[in-house]
Design a protein around this ligand. Structure first.
Ligand code: SF4
Length: 78
């Protein structure tokens, strides 16, 4: 598949964290350390487009998030 500009794109899981909801509890970091990371005492960083092998871990993180701040979906849907 290509985007409008003609560059190749990769379909797959995408992750969006609502940082207005996130309270930095870190459950996602423990559930999926290859995807979510602490980036200081009050923020997290994450891989917006993780490898397919990380999908189960990302799902565990979304379920574990006490603020329901993590949205998972296909690239075309988010
Ligand atoms: S588990 Fe949810 S609230 Fe906690 S750091 Fe991750 S996204 Fe934020």
């Amino acid at each position: 598949m290509t985007c409008a500009a003609g560059a190749p794109t990769v379909e797959g899981m995408r992750i969006v964290v609502d940082l207005n909801r996130c309270q930095n509890y870190g459950q996602c970091v423990y559930a999926a350390p290859e995807v979510f990371h602490f980036s200081g005492p009050e923020s997290i960083e994450y891989d917006h487009a993780p490898d397919p092998g990380q999908e189960a871990a990302a799902l565990r993180a979304a379920v574990a998030c006490p603020m329901a701040a993590i949205t998972l979906g296909e690239a075309a849907a988010l």
